[in-house]
Ligand binder design. Structure first.
Ligand SMILES: [Zn+2]
Length: 68
């Protein structure tokens, strides 16, 4: 499956580059996702009920990009 992935924005606090998102499957359709800034180590994480890791990835990327 191909999806339009949003590009991750730089960290809102230090303008550093974020890490590649970490995705961990916790249940059949549940994913923990995590993105951390490589410079100041601020992070966002979330748990998403999605049918594929790509969808969980899209969620965490949207979450990172939406932050003030
Ligand atoms: Zn940062």
């Amino acid at each position: 499956m191909t999806s339009q992935r949003e590009k991750l924005k730089p960290c809102p606090f230090c303008e550093g580059a974020p890490n590649d998102p970490q995705i961990e499957q916790t249940q059949a359709d549940k994913w923990n996702a995590y993105i951390e800034c490589t410079r100041c180590e601020v992070s966002v994480s979330g748990q998403f009920g999605e049918s594929s890791p790509a969808l969980a990835l899209a969620n965490i990327e949207a979450l990172w990009n939406r932050r003030p």
